[in-house]
Design a protein around this ligand. Structure first.
Ligand SMILES: [Zn+2]
Ligand SMILES: [Zn+2]
Length: 350
């Protein structure tokens, strides 16, 4: 593709690292149905890169710090419209128009996704300088996994000294354990069925882990959470599993007045049975979160700078592939996901 003419408020970015995220695997498998353009679709969204060309009006990043070509940057990949009821309410993450239908590479500005040499940050996209202390491997998951987790716990109302149950010790789950501790959580409990993953969750700050195969009875697990939270239940419980059958159990693990954070189940059409009276009598909330408000990115970068030696973030990216081997990267990731003993993401180096 020819490099696009950069509009005055846009930024052309040379992608240095692009991760294969769980939702990319959903698209690749076809279980998140999409209408694709005839000329194909450049997808992928979890990435970092360097400024290749600044639009003529762009002089600084979204925090007002001078920006020049060659600078390492982290940035959003979705664009709240700024012209709808939700945007007017200052809720950019909730804008229903922030992600558009897939566009083909023939459409200007051609570079719509992470799995390419370039990414075109459209006018209005948030962009932030990356601290030198952070490697590309640490920064690549920031604009999807890490920001989503931070924003989710924020939206669910986790507070200093609170308690959290994390269902699913995958990439998002282990990062959520670390974020919750950094936010001041007193008790972080992680539930999964793979011992390796639970061990990694403990390395990322989990105070307690519950192995589903050791404690096979749901009632026993709920009672254990109650016991570990001083007899009251958790302030916040989160679905990072992507298997919606776990949701009712997570809601049961909440204290009265607690919040359930739903992030894991992105596939439309998946259904569960739920007893609404549990919400009413327990005064519980369910909070759905997709993406995040742009203010989260610089805070996520700061989080990594202050915690990079506290938790082993480098374990979250395992294999690197050149872009030409994208098919192998997906096949390997799929195999690993099915195998479920390892959580590390595959990364493409365009
Ligand atoms: Zn993602
Ligand atoms: Zn909007």
């Amino acid at each position: 593709m020819p490099l696009p003419e950069v509009e005055p408020d846009a930024v052309l970015i040379r992608v240095s690292l692009a991760n294969i995220c769980g939702s990319d695997l959903h698209f690749w498998r076809g279980d998140a149905p999409l209408r694709l353009p005839e000329d194909g679709w450049i997808f992928g969204h979890e990435m970092t890169g360097r400024v290749a060309k600044l639009g003529s009006r762009v002089k600084s990043d979204s925090l007002g710090r001078p920006l020049k070509e060659g600078d390492r940057v982290a940035y959003t990949y979705f664009y709240p419209c700024g012209r709808c009821y939700v945007c007017l309410n200052n809720e950019p993450a909730n804008c229903p128009a922030k992600i558009e239908r897939p566009r083909g590479p023939r459409d200007f500005p051609h570079f719509h996704g992470a799995f390419a040499e370039y990414y075109y940050l459209r006018p209005g996209g948030a962009i932030f300088l990356v601290p030198d202390a952070l490697s590309d491997e640490l920064v690549a998951p920031v604009n999807c996994a890490l920001c989503q987790v931070i924003f989710g716990l924020h939206q669910a109302g986790l507070r200093f000294g609170g308690s959290v149950v994390i269902q699913g010790a995958g990439g998002l789950g282990v990062q959520a354990a670390a974020v919750a501790k950094d936010m001041g959580a007193q008790t972080v409990i992680v539930v999964d069925q793979i011992p390796n993953r639970l061990a990694l969750a403990r390395e990322f700050g989990a105070d307690h882990t519950i192995d589903l195969r050791e404690i096979a009875d749901r009632k026993e697990r709920v009672n254990l959470v109650r016991k570990l939270t001083g007899g009251v239940g958790a302030d916040v419980a989160c679905d990072f599993v992507g298997f919606p059958q776990v949701i009712p159990e997570g809601i049961e693990m909440l204290r009265s007045g607690g919040a359930y954070l739903e992030i894991g189940t992105i596939s439309r059409g998946a259904k569960i049975e739920l007893e609404p009276a549990q919400l009413v009598w327990g005064a519980k909330r369910i909070v759905g979160v997709i993406q995040y408000d742009p203010w989260v990115i610089p805070r996520a970068l700061d989080f990594l700078v202050r915690n990079r030696s506290r938790w082993p973030f480098e374990k979250l990216v395992s294999h690197k592939y050149p872009l030409a081997e994208i098919d192998r990267a997906f096949a390997d990731s799929e195999w690993k996901v099915r195998d479920t003993t390892t959580i590390a993401r595959a990364a493409l180096v365009p």
